[in-house]
Design a protein around this ligand. Structure first.
Ligand code: NAD
Length: 481
């Protein structure tokens, strides 16, 4: 991924996992620490033959794995999450080194990911009785699909791989996991931990570039792709998957609005709202990306959010003092920098932030802006970075219309001291998840996914798990033949 840094020995204890064996690749990926802009590690990159070998192994492993009981599969998943927790100290340092996020957020990623995986592996998927009368009994069964390809982005590599992996394995599928080329290392270590627990071929992990993702989406012997990433790539995955009518779950980007009603207490909501915008330096699919505030509380909310931004320290994620790390990669840093310039040109007012420091690392301070042109890139696009517009409204109908005026539809929230009114407004948001007085609250028992162009299908819960299965009607006549 980068020019080799001069005089720095690259860490290279990483391998692919194919058919239960750790193996090299056909080339290398160099991985940059975004806090220093230096390459610090390299890992093998898989070629087509590695993919074919992994798919063949996953296919072989599928027959016995699908016959394994839910209880046994859950037991192995729980052994695996225990291994992740045991590895947490070194795994979270590695995650912060490659991804940039503060170490406490890396710890939370492993903790929450493991807890949700444990919960998911306890969800029952019963046979459903559709109809029974004197003549027939009709049941709906759910069968595993087969080999599932899991493609993940760079913002939460462990949690996102683990969520899809758990869903697929628990429901009886085998998997091939491909992390982003920007953050392959922690996922490869997840593969090493999986090697000791799951039968050969059940879990395969391949690092590689975008081509590897495309090969997976096109592969004739992969039955489903579980993709998390951008809308643009999600559309390519869907087009590739169409050739073989693969099943897909697409978890894509968002431009998530928060609406603050006139009865909200700005001081009470400031901290929660600030971190819902800026956690992981804004690189979260469901982060608040636009804030619509009623004119009665507008000035006060701006003030308290600015105060939060002033108090938030940013810098290397390895330093526990810092609440915000760098942007994850140069491409994202450049994109957010362009959005800064576009916002400035459009005449917006920068309440805080706005200066991109001249220092090593992809750092941008938390930035809040007002007087923003509603047609600017900052409002229209998914900024995926630490710059958030605060937009004024006087009429709630107008606020809801503006919040919904987007092709995205991942999540949104309403903030108020009247939860009943909040709920009525939340229901009008065209999103997969609408929260009231909270944002980013997810659970293994609750489906998560996007409306509109933010995705297809859901993750988590019975609904999400069924996305990894094929419904099968079994209809038995009671009449003697
Ligand atoms: P991306 O779409 O650029 O890449 C995601 C993955 O797709 C990477 O592994 C990449 O190598 C692979 N890929 C690239 N081209 C491909 C192709 N043609 N076929 C198959 N795979 C291909 O996304 P990113 O920049 O890594 O991640 C950021 C995006 O992810 C943001 O839009 C964010 O909102 C989204 N995201 C969504 C969720 C969610 O749950 N909805 C969660 C996290 C991130």
């Amino acid at each position: 991924m980068a020019e080799r840094a001069q005089n720095i020995a690259l860490r290279s204890d990483f391998q692919l996992l194919v058919d239960g064996a750790l193996t090299g690749g056909e080339g290398w990926l160099e991985v940059i620490n975004p806090a220093t802009e230096q390459a610090f590690a390299r890992c093998p990159a898989a070629g087509r033959e590695h993919l074919d070998a992994a798919v063949a192994a996953a296919r072989r492993a599928f027959a016995p794995w699908r016959q394994t009981s839910y209880a046994r599969r859950a037991e192995l998943i729980k052994r695996y999450t225990a291994a992740l927790r045991e590895a947490q100290d070194w795994l979270t340092v590695l995650l912060t080194e490659e991804q940039g996020k503060p170490i406490a957020q890396s710890e939370a990623e492993v903790d929450r990911g493991a807890a949700q995986a444990d919960e998911m592996a306890g969800i029952e998927i019963p046979v459903e009785l559709l109809l029974e009368d004197d003549r027939r009994r009709i049941e709906l069964h759910y069968r595993p699909l087969g080999v599932v390809g899991i493609i993940t982005p760079w913002n939460a590599p462990i949690a996102l791989a683990l969520g899809s992996m758990t869903s697929a394995l628990y429901t009886g599928n085998t998997v091939i996991i491909k992390p982003s080329p920007y953050t392959p290392l922690s996922t490869l270590k997840m593969g090493e931990l999986a090697q000791a627990i799951f039968p050969p071929g059940v879990v395969n992990v391949l690092a590689g570039g975008d081509d590897l993702g495309r090969w997976m989406s096109e592969h004739e012997d992969i039955d489903k792709i579980s993709f998390t990433g951008s809308v643009a790539t999600g559309k390519k995955v869907l087009a590739s998957a169409a050739q073989t009518l693969k099943r897909v779950t697409l978890e894509l980007g968002g431009n998530d609005p928060a609406i603050v009603l006139p009865d909200a207490d700005p001081k009470a909501i400031a901290k929660q709202m600030f971190f819902a915008c800026f956690v992981n330096t804004g690189q979260v699919c469901m982060a608040i990306k636009r804030i619509y505030v009623h004119e009665d509380v507008y000035d006060e909310l701006c003030e308290v959010l600015v105060e939060e931004a002033r108090n938030a320290k940013y810098g290397s994620g390895l330093d526990r003092e810092n609440q915000l790390g760098p942007l994850q990669n140069k491409m994202q840093f450049d994109k957010v920098s362009e959005i800064f310039e576009d916002t400035r040109r459009s005449g917006a007012t920068f309440l805080i932030g706005g200066e991109i420091p001249d220092r090593a690392g992809y750092f941008i301070p938390p930035t809040l802006v007002t007087d923003v042109d509603e047609h600017s890139r900052l409002v229209r696009e998914e900024q995926f970075g630490p710059i958030v517009p605060i937009l004024k409204y006087s009429d709630i109908q107008d606020a809801v219309r503006r919040a919904n005026d987007t092709r995205f539809g991942l999540s949104g929230s309403v903030w108020t001291s009247d939860p009943i009114r909040g709920k009525a407004i939340a229901q009008r948001l065209e999103v997969g998840t609408a929260w009231v007085n909270q944002h980013r609250a997810t659970s293994a028992y609750v489906p998560f996914g996007g409306a509109k162009e933010s995705g297809l299908g859901r993750q988590s819960s019975v609904l999400g798990l069924k996305g990894y299965m094929e419904p099968q009607v079994v209809s038995v006549s009671k009449l003697a033949p």
